[in-house]
Design a protein around this ligand. Structure first.
Ligand code: FES
Length: 157
């Protein structure tokens, strides 16, 4: 009996198991389905996934905690990741990261008090020629300046 997962999510997990050679291999699509439903993957959801895939809970937990794309606690409505890798830093990412923290009043890895924005850094986001850049809800914002960043963050709130 599922604790927190919807019938739709459980159905999606079951479907994933038919597309992979074994249930462990279906772990990533299963966890994406859970995060799509809940926004994060909490302890009850991990138990549901373990049951749905018929795998030990520790196997679920190790995947959730290994990948930075999975969250085991609630995060903000908007995820903003700023690239901290070399090409972006050579083009001014340090100033952009400092401005983002100042504008939002939070550090990296934190969420604004209103629950609107979670701020993170990430390694190369594969847009090195247009850095500094950030990733936001599956979209790139490129060639950032401090002014462009402030306008972008202002539009989120
Ligand atoms: S170094 Fe920033 S996108 Fe590649």
């Amino acid at each position: 009996m599922a604790r927190v997962l919807s019938e739709e999510t459980l159905s999606s997990i079951k479907d994933a198991t038919t597309r992979y050679p074994n249930n462990l291999a279906a772990m990533l699509p299963a966890l994406h389905a859970v995060q799509s439903q809940l926004g994060h993957i909490n302890a009850d959801a991990e138990l549901d996934v373990a049951e749905a895939l018929d795998v030990p809970l520790t196997r679920v937990r190790e995947v959730v905690t290994f990948y930075t794309m999975f969250y085991d606690k609630p995060i903000g409505k908007h995820k903003v990741k700023i690239c901290r890798n070399l090409a972006c830093r050579l083009r001014g990412a340090d100033r952009i990261m400092a401005k983002a923290k100042e504008h939002l009043g939070i550090d990296f890895g934190e969420t604004t008090a209103d629950g609107l924005v979670t701020l993170e850094t990430d390694e190369c986001l594969a847009s090195c020629g247009t850095g500094p850049m950030l990733w936001y809800n599956d979209t790139f914002v490129e060639n950032l300046t401090e002014e462009k960043l402030e306008k972008f963050l202002g539009e989120l709130s």
